[in-house]
Design a protein around this ligand. Structure first.
Ligand code: AMP
Length: 543
């Protein structure tokens, strides 16, 4: 007879089942490494004891000002200590943190704050102008707190209270609000809204806890890690490193501006070991190093995602001395859900092949239960042949709760028991996936699919090109044809012709994939490194 494991004494109890939350990581760091430097921001330094104390004061002050369970607290701020404090202090008050993209205009900020019924808005002085403009057009009236960061440039104080004064109103010994259920909301992250109003992805404590641990495993952090903030913390909570550095008791190095000189200086001065950034950040580092002749004083691990990193960029980044970790994910899955997990024997590959290998988006992370490339209609997995294109689907504990106030979009995103990414990829025979396009960006010419990423990869190989983006242009005969926007490296402007680019592509691309148009000039990108292809399509159409 089978053993009875259903008896009461074997069920969950307070001692063996507690809601998972990344907020616990801070408590541990303060207990284990109280005197170690937790946060560096120019001349400002906090130990883990001090950092925890400030987070607790923020939580207490929020509660004393009427903030409670489920209230939304928004923050408009670059990568500074206040931003880190908000990642703990807000959930410690039982509230939900909404980090605003610092590149948004007043209309978009006003939409998000109204939509999320924001109770409190915390604003860095440098962003006061756009915040003020947003507030003037909003329906609701949040309580506004100014962060008067000594390193902020310009701006004014527009709020009801100064952040430091606000903290003083809190008591660091007050009880923390722990989540009653690990599926309770912890943060709200609005998508970039490239096709309409942004959607607010609600994250749960459980997903953030698990994805934080996954990030530590895959980026290989340890208690000696020094993490430099080159990734905007507003984007998907800094891919969970906002909590992750606390989990290992490492050190955060804040950075208000992502500029090559400041990055190289910080790496050198603080002994940075880890950082993250979109492929555009890699491109910036390569150009910055080429201009100044700077080299790295020690190897630094850099995690990259946000857009497909071109193989030549990966190669050049490695040549600078960075250890590149290519990952893939999106807002809806707590950031990173896949990675190009590296096999040691790939190290002996010739450099070109090695970087091509690394440019693949790879396999699921430790906390992603499944990732498949499937037929978007039947959801059946497609063959691992490196050529059949399908949609990437995810399932696991790192899926968002859903989109705030948007049941239709949530049901669509999770239809069929999977998170539908809208990204198109192939699976190679070794099980590693490679993204070919966003479903809405693929170019269909004469009934054939053309991957915009494949064209961009080819154009990138031209020695004068610093950035490329391919989009579809309507064509009477073919339906669509490719058009490429090209940014040239400094000093190369005006020196490359359309004919030269066409010849370059002709030698490397099938005839039906050849771009019909080349447009030279700056390519507009979002702060997270994404090209707004819908804008480029309009431009290309009217060019
Ligand atoms: P976001 O939600 O703003 O983080 O954007 C997520 C989207 O960025 C994904 O659905 C992909 O289209 C794209 N993306 C993210 N990482 C990668 C990557 N490593 N390679 C290609 N595309 C990526």
């Amino acid at each position: 007879m089978a053993m009875d494991l259903s008896a009461d004494f074997l069920q969950r109890r307070a001692a063996n089942f507690r809601p998972m939350t990344p907020v616990q990581f801070l408590r541990r760091a303060a207990d284990v490494f109280p005197d170690r430097t937790a946060v560096i921001h120019g001349d400002i330094k906090y130990t883990w004891r001090e950092h925890e104390r400030r987070c607790r004061m923020l939580a207490s002050a929020l509660k004393r000002n009427g903030v409670g369970n489920g209230d939304i607290i928004a923050i408009l701020c670059p990568n500074t200590p206040a931003m880190l404090e908000a990642h703990f202090g807000v959930p410690m008050a039982g509230a939900i943190l909404n980090t605003l993209n610092t590149r948004l205009d007043a209309a978009a900020i006003a939409f998000i704050l109204d939509h999320s019924e924001t109770k409190v808005l915390i604003v860095d002085r440098q962003w006061s102008e756009v915040a003020k403009a947003a507030l003037s057009r909003m329906k609701i009236r949040p309580f506004v707190i100014d962060i008067d960061d000594p390193y902020a440039e310009g701006g004014e104080l527009i709020g009801n209270l100064d952040y430091e004064e606000f903290l003083k109103g809190g008591d660091s010994t007050e009880d923390v609000v722990w989540p009653a259920d690990e599926f309770d909301a912890i943060t709200l992250n609005y998508t970039s809204g490239t096709t309409g109003n942004p959607k607010g992805a609600l994250y749960h404590h459980r997903g953030c806890y698990l994805n934080t641990l996954s990030q530590i495993v895959h980026h290989q952090l340890s208690s000696d890690s020094v993490y430099l903030w080159t990734l905007p913390m507003f984007h998907v909570n800094g891919w969970c490193f906002s909590w992750g550095v606390a989990a290992i008791g490492g050190t955060h190095v804040c950075l208000r501006r992502v500029l090559p000189a400041e990055i190289f200086e910080a790496i050198d001065r603080y002994g940075v070991t880890h950082m993250c950034g979109a492929p555009t950040v890699l491109g910036m580092l390569i150009e910055g190093a080429a201009k100044t002749g700077i080299t790295l004083s020690q190897p630094v691990a850099i995690m990259t995602a946000g857009a497909a990193p071109p193989a030549p960029i990966l190669k050049a980044t490695e040549e600078l001395g960075f250890m590149v970790r290519h990952v893939y994910g999106m807002t809806e899955v707590h950031g990173v859900a896949a990675l190009c997990d590296w096999h040691r024997d790939w190290n002996s590959m010739p450099p070109e092949q090695r970087s091509k290998q690394m440019a693949r988006q790879g396999v699921r992370t430790v906390v992603t239960d499944d990732m498949i490339v499937a037929d978007p209609t039947t959801l059946e997995p497609l063959p691992h042949d490196g050529t059949t294109i399908g949609e990437i689907l995810f399932r696991g504990n790192n899926g968002m709760k859903g989109y705030l106030k948007n049941p239709t979009a949530t049901d669509e995103a999770f239809a069929g028991g999977w998170y539908r990414t809208g990204d198109l990829a192939v699976t190679h025979p070794d099980g590693y996936i490679e993204i070919k396009d966003r479903s809405k960006d693929i170019i269909i010419s004469g009934g054939e699919n053309i991957s915009s990423i494949e064209i961009e990869e080819v154009v990138f190989q031209h020695p004068s090109v610093s950035y490329a983006a391919a989009v579809a242009v309507k064509d009477d005969r073919w339906g669509e044809t490719p058009c490429v926007f090209i940014e040239l490296k400094e000093g190369h402007e005006g020196k490359v012709t359309t004919d030269e680019m066409l010849e370059f592509c002709r030698a490397r691309l099938a005839k039906f994939k050849l771009p019909r148009k080349f447009i030279f000039g700056p390519i507009e990108r979002t702060s997270t490194g994404k090209v707004q292809k819908f804008k480029l399509r309009d431009k290309a159409q009217s060019a």
